[in-house]
Design a protein around this ligand. Sequence first.
Ligand code: PGA
Length: 248
Amino acid sequence: MRKQIVAGNWKMNKSLEEGLGLYKAISSQTEASSKEVIVAAPFTHLSSLVALAKGGSVKIAAQNCHHELSGAYTGEVSAAMLSDLGVTYVILGHSERRAYANESNALLSKKVDAALAQNLKVIYCCGETLEERQSKGHFDLITQQITEGLFHLDASVLKNIVLAYEPVWAIGTGQTASSAQAQEMHAHIRKVVATKYGKASADTTCILYGGSCNPTNAKELFSQNDVDGGLIGGASLNAANFTSICKA
Ligand code: PGA
């Protein structure tokens, strides 16, 4: 059976004090969770969260990293720095970074390498805009995002990659993909992974859904065959909502 994962993406929200409080509430309420629970926090919170998370079950993630190990990159944070802190995961390729920071699949493939080389696990995001879906280009686009970002990797490191399908039109809009739309794309993604790495590898790859996932729709989304949990934005900022999704 595949691992089930629920990851909260706090984005650029919460003061340090608020974040630590939220983390404590989440970790105490998800101790018995059968799913792996992850919190992706702003860089400034990671050190304190890692210290708090020691010995607990909730894993800490960063929301980005640079593709170089070190150097003259003012304002950037390297995978080595995250690894040094004790961070477990890094989210790469979130649609907000693709859109606002112009991150391309080619750049993301370098970031993936940098992260894996520092023993970080990667949550690699893909997703189409509404226009891309309406013009029926969404399957090809997702194939391309995955192929160009990940398919240079050796099969042996695939276990350190979690995929997240996040339709851009569903992120922060309250307009969730239907469970059928999610399942259809997740099955497509798994097929693409199987074509490259074989069915056994594809069958053990975790594919999360993200985009307006909430306590009301999580159960149905997570019950789809190829949906192995969620990447949660807005609803992860509230302990009760997030833990309810973790229990879905
Ligand atoms: P949302 O965000 O749950 O607020 O739609 C999801 C994400 O961006 O990861």
